[in-house]
Design a protein around this ligand. Sequence first.
Ligand SMILES: Cc1ncc(C[n+]2csc(CCOP(=O)(O)OP(=O)(O)O)c2C)c(N)n1
Ligand SMILES: [Mg+2]
Length: 377
Amino acid sequence: MPRTALEPRFQVEYLSILDSDGNVDASLDPHLPADELKRLYRAMVLGRRLDERMVRLQRQGRIGTFAPIKGQEAAQLGSVATLRPSDWMVPSFRETAAMLWRGWPIEKLLLYFAGYLEGGQPAPEQHDLPIAIPVATQLPHAVGLAYAAQYRGDDVVTMVYFGDGATSEGDFHEALNFAGVWHVPVVFVCQNNQWAISVPLKKQTHSRTLAQKALAYGFTGIQVDGNDILAVHAASREAVERARAGDGPTLIECVTYRLGVHTTADDPTKYRTNEEVAEWERKDPLTRFGGYLKKKGLLEEGLETQVDAEIARAVERFEAVGAPDPLVMFDHAYGTLPGHVAAQRDAMAARLADGGPRASDEEHPSPPMRGQRTTRR
Ligand SMILES: Cc1ncc(C[n+]2csc(CCOP(=O)(O)OP(=O)(O)O)c2C)c(N)n1
Ligand SMILES: [Mg+2]
């Protein structure tokens, strides 16, 4: 018997609309209204300036470990902007710009990264899940939300974020398989920033693209220039409409780059070259979108100053919040504390009641936390 092609129709498209100088492919221009273009650019600038500020706050010991987004603003904002407030947004741990767009106050994000419980809680009416640190675990949750919406007949789409590294996790494959089988209204947004900490993409997969992984699960995958906000927006709008119309999931691979450190605990000079970073700096999403707006006469003067003032006010509000109660860390991991953990909690409570670190701790001093009284200079 002859061999026959069972499925000759598979293809993965690549979409790019803006070049690195902000010139647009007129045939693909999504023609977003001027107001929306300006709002998106402002959100990009806010995302970038806050990101830089948060790295400095961490260096000054004013917040804890933080995962910067520098370089990924277009991938996040182009996609999240296509959602309605009633849709669900499910972040990983590097979605500051998307979260700001969804209405998370800046000071709440600062509280989260300073270790306050309150910083991780979405507002009651908000259709966002909290930040997920364990890689890819948010993907099955997102598919569950979409499945629930489908089951209840709610007119709601779920958009979930994750990185290139997450595609190696079992959770990713289980989530995509479930989404494909049940045809649920979900949009998978993979920010392929080329690195999973120090592991490069080529050690993550032997596939030509990450987008093509959708084909195995029976739905559409598309690769977009993730530093081109118009391309991300166009692909996301199409995917959200498809989901809303009951036509199933989409995987969007945004090809982008993490220009900064993985987290403030990382030193990327140990595993990647300055030339590689410089090459991606030339594709900076802000420069490209800014160039496009300038040609349209939509670039606002003084935007950075405005945005910096907004950030400064939020930092002030954040720093006016009193020190967190360290005992809170025992509150939510267990329904009932196991005996040995309860003993640790009691020991800590006694120690705090005693006025803080004992003399015996002085041999191995830990750095003071914000708000903790200390006589050490
Ligand atoms: C289950 C799990 N394993 C390992 C880690 C440690 N870790 C944190 S981020 C990360 C890499 C994630 O890479 P990617 O998915 O590409 O996202 P990116 O950090 O590039 O945004 C790893 C291994 C973790 N948080 N969770
Ligand atoms: Mg990555």
